[in-house]
Design a protein around this ligand. Structure first.
Ligand SMILES: O=C(O)c1cccc(C(=O)CC[C@H]2O[C@@H](n3cnc4c(=O)[nH]cnc43)[C@H](O)[C@@H]2O)c1
Length: 235
């Protein structure tokens, strides 16, 4: 379970019945806990932004694989911006598509995603059955979660993103990085965002970080059955 910062990791940890044990890796610290039924869960404050989040997640994945206990699933979780009116403050979004919104080239004719330049990928798709089960368990809306390296701070930018990604519900800074690390090792990925602020004109007074962290704790409290019953071969 990869969050950006320790406050998000601790909000997730509160949903687990057992206190987490710290495991130090080179470049990452895991907090190991477990579901009531026993399945082990590693919580990682992976850092802010897609690059740092990818590096930390790759470290954790590699350590688990070398230990002979590879992960079945990676979850990117945290607070995020919500596109109005579909994703209001305090609501939850589970991504059915994890898309990087600003990886590409600016041209006179507009933005070109990196895939149109002939490189890489811009979207990862979490397993459909898991997205459905998590949305049912938590009441989350499902749609695209965008990953950006620059937080949106104007109405124009929000409108441009929405025009390019009509199914976008949430914006964060880590999901695509976490998903790239997971995909590189063939591990499925999920992204869950609790909405702390609207995507749009910068207005720090409008942030509701406490409410979003509480929504994250509540969501993970309801997630155990959906995650535990999901089998990696179910798509
Ligand atoms: O200074 C600002 O105007 C501002 C607005 C929103 C977020 C930030 C951050 O520095 C938070 C980065 C952190 O939180 C996640 N996050 C939360 N809201 C958003 C958002 O609207 N767009 C992108 N990321 C957001 C993000 O995943 C980072 O971990 C500053």
């Amino acid at each position: 379970m990869a969050t950006a910062v320790p406050a998000e990791r601790d909000a997730v940890a509160q949903a687990f019945p057992r206190p987490a044990q710290e495991l130090r890796l080179p470049g990452a610290v895991l907090c190991r806990t477990a579901f009531a039924a026993g399945a082990v869960v590693d919580l990682l404050a992976a850092g802010v932004g897609p690059a740092r989040a990818a590096a930390s997640t790759a470290t954790a994945l590699t350590a688990a694989a070398l230990d002979g206990a590879p992960y079945d699933l990676v979850v990117s979780a945290g607070i995020g911006g919500g596109f109005a009116p579909e994703a209001p403050l305090g609501s939850l979004v589970v991504a059915d598509a994890i898309t990087v919104a600003d990886l590409g080239a600016a041209t006179a004719d507009g933005f070109l995603p990196v895939t149109e330049l002939g490189f890489g990928t811009v979207t990862h798709h979490p397993p459909e059955s898991l997205v459905r089960a998590v949305a049912e368990a938590t009441g989350a809306r499902t749609g695209t979660a965008l990953t950006v390296s620059t937080v949106t701070g104007t109405a124009d930018r929000a409108a441009a993103l929405r025009a390019r990604h009509p199914r976008a519900l949430a914006e964060g800074m880590e999901g695509f990085g976490v998903a790239e690390a997971a995909a590189a090792q063939g591990v499925p990925v999920l992204e869950i965002r609790a909405i702390s602020n609207p995507v749009g004109p910068r207005d720090r007074a409008a942030w509701r970080i406490g409410d979003a962290l509480a929504a994250l704790t509540a969501a993970f409290g309801k997630l155990a059955p959906a995650l535990e019953s999901w089998k990696p071969h179910d798509q």
